[in-house]
Design a binder for this molecule. Structure first.
Ligand SMILES: [Zn+2]
Length: 237
C-alpha cells in the first residue's frame, strides 16, 4: 500500500510548531495526511517559578503530545537543551535521518530572522538536512534518500522581514487549533507574552486579508518565488 502523504512542522521549542502552523497541519491531518510536529528542544527554560527546569521539560513534552493528538498528528521532541542549540553536523545528521524516516512532502519551520537564536537556527538546520537527506551519497542508517520542500511560518518572535507569500483558509480548523493551544501552560499563563490573544487575533487578521474567517500564513524560502521559463508564468501567449 502507498504510504500516506506526510507533513512535518518543525519548531525550536514545544509549542512553536503548533502556534505557527497548527491549524494548517490540522487541515491536512483531516484530509488524511500523516502530520508530525518535531520540536528540537522542549523549551524548558521558560519554566514557571514553582516548577524546576527538569520537571518543566517533562511537562512540555506531555503537553506537546496532547496538543498534537488534538490536531490529528504526533509529536516528537528531541533532547537538545533550550537556548543552547548549535548548528553542527550532529544535529543536521539527526534531523536528516528523521526526515528520511518521516518522508515529508514539505517541512514547515521558522522564518530565518528571529529575536530567539534557537528559532533562527531551525531553518538553517532544516535546509542543511534537506540536502543531506536528499543526497544518495550519505548513508543514514541505511534509509533511502528523501527530498522535501520547505516553507516558513509565522511566529511573533520571527517577524523581521516576514511578509506572507501564502494564506491558507483555516476557518474550519481554528476552533480545534485554539482548543489544542490551550493545553500549553505557557500559552495560557505566560506573563511575558499574551500568546493566546496574539495568535487568535493573528488568525483573525490574516483571515480578513484572505477574505475568510481565519487564516494562517506561510512564506517561501528566499529565492523560492523565482520562476524560470519561456513566458510570464500564467500569461499564456
Ligand atoms: Zn520558541
Amino acid at each position: 500500500m502507498e504510504k500516506k502523504n506526510s507533513l512535518v512542522v518543525l519548531g525550536a521549542h514545544c509549542g512553536d510548531a503548533e502556534i505557527q502552523a497548527g491549524a494548517i497541519a490540522n487541515k491536512y491531518a483531516k484530509a488524511g495526511w500523516e502530520v508530525t510536529f518535531v520540536h528540537l528542544t522542549p523549551g524548558e527554560k521558560g519554566n514557571p517559578p514553582h516548577i524546576s527546569v527538569e520537571d518543566y521539560a517533562k511537562q512540555k513534552i506531555e503537553e506537546a503530545e496532547k496538543v498534537a493528538k488534538i490536531l490529528g498528528g504526533k509529536s516528537i521532541t528531541l533532547d537538545y537543551k533550550d537556548a543552547e542549540l548549535t548548528f553542527n553536523d550532529e544535529i543536521i545528521t539527526r534531523v536528516a535521518t528523521l526526515m528520511r524516516q518521516l518522508r515529508p512532502k514539505v517541512v514547515i519551520t521558522h522564518w530565518v530572522n528571529s529575536i530567539h537564536p534557537d528559532h533562527a537556527l531551525c531553518p538553517r538546520i532544516v535546509q542543511a538536512a534537506q540536502l543531506k537527506a536528499g543526497l544518495p551519497g550519505f548513508d543514514l542508517d541505511g534509509l533511502p534518500p528523501h527530498y522535501y520542500g520547505i516553507y516558513h511560518s509565522e511566529n511573533w518572535e520571527d517577524m523581521d522581514g516576514y511578509e506572507p507569500d501564502v494564506f491558507v483558509d483555516v476557518s474550519d480548523e481554528f476552533d480545534t487549533y485554539l482548543e489544542a493551544l490551550s493545553n500549553y501552560w505557557f500559552i495560557m499563563n505566560s506573563t511575558s507574552f499574551r500568546y493566546y490573544d496574539y495568535y487568535k487575533a493573528l488568525g483573525t487578521v490574516r483571515g480578513c486579508v484572505n477574505r475568510c474567517q481565519y487564516a494562517q500564513t506561510l512564506k517561501m524560502p528566499i529565492g523560492g518565488n523565482v520562476r524560470k521559463g519561456k513566458i510570464i508564468p500564467g500569461l499564456e501567449i
